[in-house]
Design a binder for this molecule. Sequence first.
Ligand SMILES: O=C(O)c1cc(=O)[nH]c(=O)n1[C@@H]1O[C@H](COP(=O)(O)O)[C@@H](O)[C@H]1O
Length: 272
Amino acid sequence: MTTQQLHEQILQKKSFLCVGLDPDLSKMPEHLLETEDPIFEFNKAIIDATHDLTVGYKPNTAFFEAYGIKGWMSLQKTINYINENYPNIFTIADAKRGDIGNTSSMYAKAFFEDLNFDSVTVAPYMGKDSVEPFLAFENKHTIMLALTSNEGAFDFQTLNTNGKELYKQVLETSKTWKNSENLMYVVGATKAEYFTEIRKIVPDSFLLVPGIGAQGGSLSEVCKYGMNDKVGLLVNSARAIIYASKGTDFAEKAREEALKVQKEMEEIIANK
Ligand SMILES: O=C(O)c1cc(=O)[nH]c(=O)n1[C@@H]1O[C@H](COP(=O)(O)O)[C@@H](O)[C@H]1O
């Protein structure tokens, strides 16, 4: 999927919501635990209940890897289900990968070829030769951590080195890498006051913005400072939507929560 197609989907659905698929068997409705694959059944129900309200799904691989080979098979079934039934939805493998060049190439093959995700998140701590192997894949997107939603972002990302915060240096340097047009960036919704500075560096890039809902970030503040003329935002919410209910009505309740966010987004787009 190209960013132009993503923008078209945003306008068509009046939404720039990305639903996070972070399945946790301890939080899942009990009745699903008796099924052959509770994780896939949970994801499938959430997807079928929210696909018209969202432009993206973001499975976080940690929540699948935690359950070993079965979890990974549930991830494969989930991405296959989305690609086969909702091919216009943007898919993000939230894996936060990054290693020396040949290893990063294998990570990229895993998510872009074997699983056929549209995009994957990467951590840039190892620098240029750990990210460029992902950027080499055409029509795929690499979503690089820039300023994250967690408290720990202030441990390193906002450190001042050579008179500039590290996250700004990461953004600026990444623009010089080969195929940097395939980059998107992660900026936490809890860091809304930083979006103005970030947009000065990457005015046209799509930003994946986790941190509304369970983490308390403000959608309106994010949009006030971070939205560009192509919207340019994918705002993610996982727990507030997928765990809205632990009952048999979990999918309907998830839809209700997604609809609240989509309606707020529709209003913001209309008043842009
Ligand atoms: O890369 C991410 O998606 C990510 C980056 C970040 O800075 N903060 C953050 O919360 N995330 C992920 O986004 C999701 C947020 O989930 P909720 O807080 O339940 O909406 C989780 O899967 C996190 O791992």
